[in-house]
Design a protein around this ligand. Structure first.
Ligand code: ATP
Length: 574
């Protein structure tokens, strides 16, 4: 993982040159910020001496330099902003590109809040800190340096005193700011937690409302409380700090000290009165221009934390891709499950060595008690996870040695969670083949028994899911069947629980499924045994192992688990 400061420097590399240019322009502009005050002092010096020569040239020279300063600021701002925008775009593209190559299993862990916070908030924090902090720092160093040089050239004794007073004031400011770091960190952590809790709350709002009564879910409530507490404590701290700062290091205090001492120096004959004016004006400027230095530390800290999170996301291992992906020969391949073992990350092993062969064109049914590992096996064949032992082979080729495109040309699936994208129904069906014409899309929809329903939508096939296409569970089901039909894969993984999620449209869904399964190699995860009585082979999975296998009649005759399950569902009927 890229960590902290080095992460910032590695992420800013693409725009480093332009940011340096912007910082140089900003520094030059800051150096010129002393011009008005110096001009006032120099004009005053002449007028007090009873001279008027050179007053106008100084005034015009100052105006010219001020105009130059505006140009320098504009150039610095423009270069900085363009670099800044490019950096944010490049970072978000890089993150999006990386998310696209992460294994599917990574997305299963409730990462949406984390991804949102990183892609949105952290990138913003980072680009601000990278693009603007450098410019501000350049100005905060150059401006005071030029002022200090001028003051030393004017009167070294008073300059020494002024610099000492300003340095002491800056020291107090920095020390107080350091104490504010912890409350700020707590607020930031509490906001991240609240953001994650809000996403969880919104996603589960129906369940929360139905079962949670009027109460706020515990995680959300705790996060909101912590944010309020951290904010409250921070505010109290800030209040104390602000009062101390205002009383001790306020511009007025500095002004009083410098002019007071200046008057003393003048009385002692060390300093000319007009120089005291220069110190009063520029001493304040010196203090004000140092402000970014003390705010920069907070920004650096925020940026380092954001860079660490961005770096951590970019360092998530990409899915292993076969160096030389293999291709399957033409013709429907068989499916071989060879000693398949699997455990979810951080959990116990769920499948303990499953062996089976799915011959081309046959239907294999997976049955067994809840939690036996049926859906998990289906997910492995679709490569949503990789086996932790053994292998799954298509036509003799390990599926890990195929590209995803090659795998999904051969394996289609319909799982329990139907996912339709927020786009038109047409695009949802044509997802496997965006080039598919209307005829192919309509034919798939007709075979899935959903064509007429789609035509009845406000904009037919152009209706957008979640906007003007509001579909029932069974209808969404049939759209996903149409999509899988269009993909026309020789192998199909089908979770039957989905297929019967909507009793009203069960017959229609069944018609769709019949169209889908004909002539294909099917692995069907079955809950209703009646629907798989005709299957070519039935695997009875129990606690991650194949406990029985055979055809319906054979298994009934065996009088084992399957026979018991059958009797439980259908009594004595064969
Ligand atoms: N995403 C996951 N992370 C961790 N463990 C999981 C995950 N999904 C399933 N499991 C565990 O794996 C085991 C097998 O679950 P699986 O869903 O494959 O069973 P199943 O036979 O399909 O059950 P059902 O018939 O109830 O759908 C269970 O113990 C379950 O708790």
């Amino acid at each position: 993982m890229i960590g902290g400061v080095s992460a910032v420097s590695e992420l800013e590399r693409p725009v480093r040159g332009r940011i340096a240019v912007a910082a140089v322009f900003q520094a030059l502009a800051a150096a010129l910020s002393v011009v008005p005050m110096v001009a006032v002092v120099e004009i005053g010096r002449r007028l007090l001496a009873g001279r008027t020569d050179g007053v106008w040239p100084i005034a015009w020279f100052a105006v010219g330099l001020l105009a130059l300063r505006i140009v320098l600021y504009l150039v610095a701002g423009l270069v900085g902003h363009l670099a800044d925008a490019d950096l944010a775009i490049a970072l978000r593209r890089r993150l999006a590109g990386h998310l696209a190559v992460l294994p599917l299993s990574w997305f299963a862990g409730g990462v949406s809040a984390k991804v949102r916070a990183t892609v949105q908030d952290d990138v913003s924090a980072l680009h601000h800190a990278i693009a603007h902090a450098k410019e501000e720092m350049a100005a905060a160093v150059t401006g005071p340096a030029v002022i200090a040089l001028y003051l030393f050239a004017t009167d070294w004794r008073l300059a020494l005193l002024t610099v000492a007073v300003v340095a002491a004031a800056q020291g107090v400011r920095m020390r107080l700011a350091r104490r504010a770091a912890e409350p700020v960190r707590r607020i930031s952590a509490a906001s991240v937690e609240l953001s994650a809790a809000s996403v969880e709350l919104v996603q589960g709002i129906a369940v929360v409302k139905a079962f949670g009564g009027a109460g706020v879910p515990r995680r959300f409530g705790a996060a909101a409380d912590e944010l309020v507490r951290a904010g409250d404590e921070a505010q109290r701290g800030f209040l104390v700090q602000r009062s101390i700062t205002r009383a001790t290091v306020a511009p007025a205090t500095i002004l009083l000290l410098v002019t007071g001492c200046g008057v003393g120096f003048t009385a002692a004959g060390w300093t000319r009165p007009i120089d005291v004016v220069a110190f009063a004006l520029l001493g304040l400027g010196l203090f004000e221009q140092l402000t970014p230095i003390y705010s920069a530390r907070d920004q650096r800290r925020t940026a380092a934390a954001a860079a660490e999170r961005v770096g951590a996301l970019l360092a998530e291992p990409a899915e292993a891709v076969a160096e030389e992906p293999e291709s399957l020969p033409s013709g429907p391949p068989d499916v071989q499950l060879a000693g398949v073992r699997f455990g979810y990350p951080g959990g116990p092993e769920v499948l303990h060595g499953v062996d089976a062969v799915l011959e081309p064109g046959t239907v294999t049914a997976l049955v067994g008690p809840s939690g036996a590992g049926k859906s998990t096996l289906g997910l492995l064949l679709a490569r949503f996870h990789d086996v932790t032992g053994g292998a799954i082979r298509l036509g003799g080729h390990d599926i890990r040695r195929l590209s995803r495109a090659e795998l999904y040309r051969h394996v289609g699936f319909i799982f329990q969670d139907v996912t339709l994208l927020r786009t038109s129904i047409r695009d949802n069906i044509a997802l496997p083949d965006p080039e598919a014409g209307d005829e192919a899309v309509f034919a798939a929809a007709k075979a899935a028994a959903i064509h007429d329903r789609i035509l009845a939508l406000p904009r037919g096939y152009d209706s957008v899911v979640g906007e003007d296409a509001v579909l029932s569970g069974g209808e969404a089901q049939r759209v996903s069947i149409a999509r899988t039909l269009l993909a026309d894969t020789p192998i199909l993984v089908l979770d039957e629980a989905t297929a019967f999620a909507d009793p009203e449209s069960e017959a229609a869904v069944q018609d769709g499924l019949a169209a889908l399964t004909g002539g294909r190699t099917v692995l069907v995860i079955a809950h209703r045994l009646r629907t798989i009585a005709e299957a070519d082979q039935i695997l009875v999975l129990d606690d991650g192992r194949v406990a029985e296998r055979g055809r319906h009649e054979q298994l009934l005759a065996h009088e084992g688990r399957y026979a018991r399950m059958w009797r439980a569902q259908h009594g004595g009927v064969r």
